[in-house]
Design a protein around this ligand. Sequence first.
Ligand code: ADP
Ligand code: MG
Length: 322
Amino acid sequence: VNLANQIAAGEVIERPASVVKELLENALDAHATQIDILIEAAGTKLIEIIDNGDGIDDEDVEVAFRRHATSKINDRQDLFKIRTLGFRGEALPSIASIADVELTTSTGQQAGTAMHIKGGEVLAKTAASARKGTRIKVTELFFNTPARLKYLKSQQTELAKIVDIVNRLALSYPAVTFHLVHNDKQILRTAGNGDVKRVIAEIYGPTTAQKMVPITTTDNDFEVTGFVSVPALTRASRDYISVLINGRYIKNFQITKAIIKGYGSKLMVGRYPFAVINIQMDPLLVDVNVHPTKQEVRLSQEDSLVTLITQAIQHVFTQMSL
Ligand code: ADP
Ligand code: MG
């Protein structure tokens, strides 16, 4: 069983940032409004996530660590029909199969549960505080999969990937307070007051936020809202473009291209804008790719969406007569 979990882990958990992503998605699925993320040594020493969400019932704690036990769907196509970010019931068992995991959780109704799992083996299960929410502490990541450990990049790169995930989720969930600390140094704290522009300011700084202008457009199939930077604010990488579909952060090359195209010649070759774009659409139009990290999607009606986005950005510049 642990081998199956380790194989799944190989697909789902590539690096510390993957752990952070899965645990944050779980906290968000559990309706947390405050999430603390404590990282040491870019996640190789410690990843600790504390949320004030629903918690897990004592009798469900062990089930949560069993592979597919909690799978919410059978068909990957159903992904965008469901409201939750998690759906495979794979993350917790995967993480517990390749690390040391200490979980403390409570629904707030009764005494909580503490469980200690390492390498897929339950080492202890005890009663714990009834404070509502969940705390997961992951140490010794990849202790039994040395190939993975070796494959990790520099601490700086691994940390950047963690920060990227936290930033994107913070942008997707402006009503949630995200607090990220690395080696005792605060990297991000969002207000959680629901204001996307405020999150942009918290991540990229107030000067950048001031230069982001709203876009909004719709057609029969899509509703596009968001913020894009004026052309002066450009970076050498696409990392500052965030695209959400129905509130879920995704990757889609055509959409990124459409955003860049909207800037036209205002953007130098090899430069990219800041953008946060949220697309609301019928989940049936989203085609989920087979990759388990579920970020790459294909869309039917992609051509009309791409045109819509390009035009919305062009429209902003026409209005500002830039
Ligand atoms: P999935 O998210 O795909 O259901 P996971 O392995 O990520 O699978 O999590 C298994 C289950 O454990 C979840 O479905 C959820 O019921 C529970 N769970 C995990 N993390 C949390 C959390 N932070 N708060 C509440 N429940 C959680
Ligand atoms: Mg999950």
